[in-house]
Design a protein around this ligand. Structure first.
Ligand SMILES: Cc1cc2nc3c(=O)[nH]c(=O)nc-3n(C[C@H](O)[C@H](O)[C@H](O)COP(=O)(O)OP(=O)(O)OC[C@H]3O[C@@H](n4cnc5c(N)ncnc54)[C@H](O)[C@@H]3O)c2cc1C
Length: 332
């Protein structure tokens, strides 16, 4: 009989695991949000959309490039060649070339995750709150204490602090302590495109903002519906994490206008998204791509194991799937 595996989180790591293990196991994937994507999500209203997490990604390993190939062929993943600049308050902007391919999913960042989901068994709007050990394996309970199922294996792909809250520390020991995650604010504006500079995106050298893009100019987006995504620096987000959110929004709008020269009159709407666990601190020696306890049949993976970023999320999950597959085969 196939083992039953619960996977927590439907970001790139969780979906990679589910795809890689679905041939040898019965998979149930639980996601607390209403949609797929995690930090590769897309926010929409009636007229505009924003990729408020990852804006692009690179592909350096052979395995990640092979994974992307069919999605590139079908147009779900597209190379992005923006006109990119460098901005700061006190220096003249200069054009900043990229020296390796950068990719985006189209028509929205979460399109890749939707394409990966296929007919996987995914439970959205379902927050896993507790794991309870019994003689068969693990029971999962949601935030209403309802039983979600019984599983032989449980794998968390949630961001590190959420994984730490879920998995029994006594079993995983102090392995999770070597990783760290940092926050980020995303400022999401609707703007009139005719009032914007000619560049598409900017790497910002500033204490408040680190990145600005005119999101509607990414491949496959509606270029008539002007949108800005501006990311704060992790240090500024950390210092202002619990501040009044309206004040934070107004401060970031003012900085965006000062850096770009765009007038506040061009902004037709503004939202703020607080990512408490956005980015991973560099791991000193990223030699452990995942965390696995074979005897307890518990594991964890995600971008945080390998120092953050989209490719790290894929690589961590892919390597964990290989290890779990070997373990299942050895005990068959
Ligand atoms: C603002 C920002 C900008 C970024 N920019 C870039 C970039 O330019 N390039 C790049 O390569 N990377 C970038 N990243 C990082 C990139 O988005 C991540 O590395 C990657 O998406 C992580 O994928 P993941 O599957 O490991 O985690 P996630 O995408 O976080 O997925 C984990 C999922 O677990 C779910 N979850 C958590 N707890 C529970 C629970 N108890 N029950 C059920 N579900 C749960 C969450 O809702 C989430 O959907 C950025 C991230 C942010 C936030």
């Amino acid at each position: 009989m196939k083992p039953h595996i619960a996977i927590i989180g439907a970001g790139l790591a969780g979906l990679t695991l589910a795809r890689e293990l679905s041939g040898i196991a019965d998979i149930a994937l639980f996601e607390k949000a209403r949609g797929l994507g995690g930090r590769m999500s897309t926010r929409r209203n009636a007229s505009h959309q924003w990729d408020h997490g990852a804006q692009f990604f690179t592909a350096r390993s052979h395995t990640f490039n092979s994974f992307l190939t069919p999605f590139i062929s079908e147009g779900t993943v597209v190379e992005w060649q923006p006109n990119i600049t460098t901005l700061s308050l006190d220096k003249t902007p200069f054009k900043r070339p990229w020296f390796e391919p950068h990719y985006v999913a189209a028509p929205a960042m979460n399109s890749l995750l939707k394409a990966m989901a296929g007919d996987l068994n995914i439970h959205l709007s379902t927050r896993v709150e507790h794991l309870v050990a019994n003689d068969k394996g693990w029971q999962l309970l949601d935030d209403q204490q309802q039983l979600l199922g019984e599983f032989d294996w449980v794998i968390s792909s949630a961001p590190l602090p959420q994984t730490q809250a879920l998995l029994p520390a006594a079993i995983l020991g102090d392995t999770l302590a070597r990783y760290q995650m940092l926050p980020c604010y995303a400022l999401l504006l609707a703007v009139d495109d005719t009032d914007l500079p000619h560049w598409d995106a900017a790497k910002v050298n500033d204490s408040q903002l680190s990145w600005i893009s005119f999101n509607h100019r990414l491949p496959g987006r509606n270029r008539a519906a002007g949108t800005v995504v501006a990311h704060s620096t992790a240090a500024w987000a950390q210092a202002h994490l619990e501040d009044d959110q309206e004040t934070v929004k107004q401060q970031l709008i003012a900085r965006f206008c000062a850096l770009t020269g765009v007038s506040t009159a061009a902004i037709t709407s503004a939202q703020l998204h607080r990512w408490r666990y956005a980015l991973s601190a560099e791991v000193a020696e990223p030699d452990q791509a995942f965390v696995l306890n074979e005897s307890a049949r518990l594991a964890a993976c995600g971008d945080w194991c390998l120092g953050g970023r989209v490719e790290a999320a894929f690589s961590s999950a892919y390597q964990l799937a290989c290890a779990v597959r070997e373990e299942i085969a050895a005990n068959a």
